[in-house]
Design a protein around this ligand. Sequence first.
Ligand SMILES: Cc1cc2nc3c(=O)[nH]c(=O)nc-3n(C[C@H](O)[C@H](O)[C@H](O)COP(=O)(O)O)c2cc1C
Length: 351
Amino acid sequence: MNDIDLKTRYLGLELPHPVMASASPLTGSVEGICRLADAGAAAVVMASIHEEQIVAAELAELALREADGGAHPEANTGYFPAALSDRSVLDERLETLHRAAQRCGIPVIASLNGVSPAGWTGFARQLEQAGAAAIELNVFRIPANLSEDGAQVDRECVDTLRAVKACVRIPVSVKLAPYHSSTGHFALQLMEAGADGLALFNRFYEPGIDLATLEPQLDFDLSTPADTRLGLAWISLLHGHMGGASLAATSGVWSGEDVVRYLLAGADAVMSTSALLRYGPGHVGALVQGLRDWMARHGDDSVAALRGRLAASHRDGDPGAFLRANYRNILALAKRHVWPVASNPGSSPAP
Ligand SMILES: Cc1cc2nc3c(=O)[nH]c(=O)nc-3n(C[C@H](O)[C@H](O)[C@H](O)COP(=O)(O)O)c2cc1C
């Protein structure tokens, strides 16, 4: 079948197909973004701008200038640290965004990881001015205050979204953590507060403990296709309930079949990072071709017709009961499974 229509819309952007690159070191430079564009990515999310990192860099520069014996008196005249340097870290990131948006020929979505209310809104305005097609809010906040309840955590995020929406005109999405106590309710609150889309789910990296140094062990693993499961469940539940807001899947996309699964669950766009880090930007082409091949084999002629076909929200009856039944069925299967016993590793680490 030649006429397969892969077109989709995400955050109001018309995309030729649903495969995007999510935020990572691959999307941190103009060259990296253009490589992904040349490989056929429909859009990219640029590596996050982290408010704390920007402010720390600016403060370090301020300290340097003060140590310079006041040779640069202008350094002390402004309040906002970004005004201090001729070419601050922030300037560089904004310039990367600007040049990538101009040169690479695909929508470049800026990702913002803020901390303070002024940081979220101030940086968002600058990202819009630099040419971002949209902004993805990368909300990473561990509720380490043990007296804070889930509703407070959700409310703060919704308030942040509202504040950002009030100061930019481009679409704004939220990249969700998988840890909210009622993900569906939270998603609907974000939608009602004006989110143009949600990306499910971010993958956070918690440190281990390095037994040699007794310090945090700062390494990380790439995802595997098994990491699609939680996103599939929630996208499948949210599909059809998001008003005009779109849904992107991010986690565990290694093959065209993973893309298909997320589309069947109800995603409008599907993002990948780990597989692109592992196989290089050219792997975007394999993801798109894998999607096209699967559709051809199954006689599907458009992504629009595929999207949400297997969404739990479309099923008759209680979708919660459907998901619980799946859980019980998997456990029943695991019970019947014959587990081959591996040789005991003793005290050495498990492979
Ligand atoms: C090395 C690395 C850097 C990342 N940097 C960011 C980032 O700056 N902002 C962000 O929102 N997500 C970041 N992510 C998360 C990815 O965008 C993506 O959501 C996550 O890896 C799950 O997708 P995957 O299974 O395709 O890897 C990063 C992931 C990796 C592996």
